[in-house]
Design a protein around this ligand. Sequence first.
Ligand code: ATP
Ligand code: MG
Ligand code: MG
Ligand code: MG
Length: 470
Amino acid sequence: RYMGLNELRDLYLRFFESKGHLRANSFSLIPQNDNSLLLINAGMTPLKPYFTGQEIPPRRRMTTCQKCIRTGDLENVGKTARHGTFFEMLGNFSFGDYFKKEAISWAWEFCTKELELDPERIYVSVYEEDDEAEAIWHKDIGIPMDHITRLGKEDNFWEHGSGPCGPCSELYYDRGEEYGCGSPDCGVGCDCDRFMEFWNLVFTQFDRKDDGTYEPLEKKNIDTGMGLERLAVMMQNVDSLFDVDTVRAIRDHICRIAGVVYGADHDTDVSVRVITDHIRSMTFMISDGVLPSNEGRGYVLRRILRRAARHGKLLGISHPFLTEISQTVIDTARDAYPELADKRDYIHKVIASEEEKFYATLDAGLAILQSFVQEMKEEGASVLSGAKAFKLYDTYGFPTDLTEEILEEDGFSMDMDGFRKEMEAQRIRAREARSETNYMGAKATVYNELDPAMETTFVGYEQLYTENSK
Ligand code: ATP
Ligand code: MG
Ligand code: MG
Ligand code: MG
């Protein structure tokens, strides 16, 4: 049964509402009170305080569709059918309320009754020591044993350092032989696109102690995550994330601007897919308040935007175009994320300004890099020196992963350690320059006493005034 991405999101949230869950809006991509990650990468991360018991949830059952960014998947984008840096994660959560049995049977009910998926095509994995989950799938649900795979810790045990953790069970969809790698061992866990993981059910039942032992939690939790785009791939019976209705609208817009046909040439398609993904990431990041910069989240945004701009060049687009494409992102997602439409002008302004900044040096930078590559060919070298990579970074605004990507296309690499040394040397030069001269030309000011490593912390969220101003 064909269903649009927006329709599927709603179907899922309504289903779990009918099972007593409180439906909440997606949280911001920027983590709040959590320094352990730059950007929200799963539905459960903004809910961590409810899982640890630090805060009381508004209800013990919740359901969300969370915007996520995974920069770890950057290299996969455009190459696999199922990875984006941006995607939406559907999730249902239990904070010390229901556990394995309900989580599994509702997942099954949703797949087979609501979505009417063919049960034959659904495969599941369980953690190798989790007999309980296997018994529920096999005895209660009736899944045949040849559709259940036991997997080890890497794949099916969820933990991050110490704290709440536990085994998980994943649902896979057999997309058919035509998507397989052809290997006789091909099955659940294979890297190819045939058996696509689409839903992860995490059973948080242990507390990992600092000494590495596991203590059963008194209040067990459920945390599930299903990729909305992957679900749409299944329900729309299409090849990849980039063929899903809303994503495809963005893809087609890029093709129109570039004057290319999707599906005709491999390299062209990769560029189109990269831009399609990256424009979603940047539009959502900016709407949540991230600005391009040289560190942290801002640098993630800058890298993504500049990479997209360069792939535009590869497609033969000779003018800034990202602002225009972001309009389609907003149009296709505004119903679920009204903040996009509210901040449209602001989003456009931020993209346009960063793209123009990069555009001013892009051609010159590409020409310099080409000449470096030429030199390397003549010298028989295969690694670009740190000094040259730094010049591209410092003078032409090329993030290192962009330089690396371009080099890789020609079979070269770059000296990352050398690059870091150049960065450090420049930092020291800048500090020395600051301490010698200063604003107004005078050599000594009251600021000389200040420690350059001193940081300013904004405390306005926790306190309204300082002791002195009371
Ligand atoms: P994979 O093994 O395919 O990389 P994962 O095991 O890393 O996925 P989880 O951390 O279990 O993914 O996240 C839960 C769900 O989120 C996945 O089952 C999948 O449907 C979806 N998902 C994860 N990463 C991505 C991505 N980069 N793009 C789109 N959907 C994703
Ligand atoms: Mg992954
Ligand atoms: Mg996985
Ligand atoms: Mg997984």
